[in-house]
Design a protein. Sequence first.
Lengths: 264, 333
Amino acid sequence: MSLRHVGRVARALLVSQYALMLEYRAEIMLWALSGVLPLIMLGVWSGSGAGVQAGMSAQQLSRYFLSAFLVRQFTVVWLIHVFEEDALQGRLSPFLLQPLAPLWRYLAAHLSEQASRVPIVAVMLLVLGLLVPGLLWIPSAQSLLLGLVAIQAAFLLRFLLQVLITTLCFWSERAAALDRLLLIPYLFLSGLVAPLETFPPGVRLLAMATPFPWMVDFPARLLAGAPVNAALGFTAIAAWSLLLLPIGRRLWRAGLRRYSAMGA
Amino acid sequence: MTIIQARNLSKSYRISEKQPGLAGSMRHLVRRVHRDVKAVDRISFSIEPGEFVGFLGPNGAGKTTTLKMLTGLIHPSAGELEVAGHQPWRRQGRFLRQITLVMGNRQQLIWDLPALDTLQVNSAVYGLEPVAAARRIRELAEMLELGPELQRPVRKLSLGQRMKAELLAALLHSPSVLFLDEPTLGLDVNARARVRDFLAEYNRQTGATVLLTSHDMGDITALCPRVLLIHQGQLFHDGSLPLLTQRLAPCRQVRLELAHLHPTEAFANYGQIEEHRGHLLRLLVPRDQLTVRVAALLERFSVVDLEVADPPIEELVGGLFRSQEASAAGESA
């Protein structure tokens, strides 16, 4: 497959999926609005004063949670839900009969959905800035660049993790339930509810051995300009990705052998 | 050279069975009872390039399962299968570029976008150059009588327009083997006729091999010189439609218009009386005795008009399907 062909396929998929997302703009706006957990947590932490006790200033705390809000907005993965539906309804079969692995379509759909969120999130930030003066700040070019790269890396890691669970759809008709179970460690270990910095050292160490803190805490801290070991973070994401990728490929191939093309 | 070769192709599914009610649910929870169902049982056939073959069978006979194996969507449980020189279940790119599957009840077009968006994605996926893809879309759209419809969201198209757009999307990459699963399902008479004409023309122009399943015998009689009839997972017939008629109907239908009135008993020795009303008589006569009995009838009675015909294929195949459904219902009762 030539690079030109890859480019054409990527462009065609992204353009069509972006057009599709624009059709669903109202729904995407609601999804974006539903991703305000970090802002709620900011309110909780600011009100209780626990941040100061944990060694974080009010500014550090607000920058962290605002960054976590942005990370959350652009790392949402809903692969398993559409895949499960597609497999059950027989919509997966036409994809499987084309010389392109279906997962590329879903990846393009996610990236397009991210792009369609940009103006919605921009408006949300503007409103926040007007409501809470001094909340917004202009990050340094380095923080911004590293933060954006980390957000995409975190998204890919989340996507890969969900690919693993998604392949279970070949064995179970309700594999999405497992994803809901994973939501618990994701919420508490990723840094969405509390910055990893505020965890007791032992718990923090344990959390860092999982893929979750690299999905929120790491990119959020980079974006917020907090001290963070960028090399360690990117290495951890790469290591987890390299671990998940071959497992996902094996499970996918094994799953296809079991696929019964139900509904089609 | 054969393009499709199946030898002892089989597919079994393991299904769990549950009795109704709370007790059944509890038993199902604690101890599942599984049963192996043979959807396709050792069928063998081969198809030459350019053939237009009808694939018939009642619901649950194994047609769609066979199609899924032929396209590589599912793995066979046993047997050998080769399509266009490939083992379909490997789903290699070179194989997938040669085939297409159109399902009347499923679609590949993106529902909320114009069909042209899906066509652009497909042309990129199959590596068609933009100019060549545009030309191909124009040609196929002309054959299918599609124009501005391609720029309307798919959800806004009529069923007939949608099926034609589905065909366009499925044929964009010029596949040499077409698997069509009920492509005229739900279409009105005119739309059905247009789809049939298109398929016949496509087969004639490109020499593509076509395997068509349809419950509409009109599709089969209009398009398929050869028919595979699958019955309870096994191949019941492989040959021409007239040959199938002979197998399903060992008798021919003799219709007579008589000059005089006679009692029904007078015809008892000439065949099975289907209808006797006034001067009109309809008899079923065994094929091997047709000449002798017709000659005897002409000698014994004064005949105004005589017609010998096969029973309509729709009735024969429908009768076969009904008898199978009745026996299945009897077994499950």
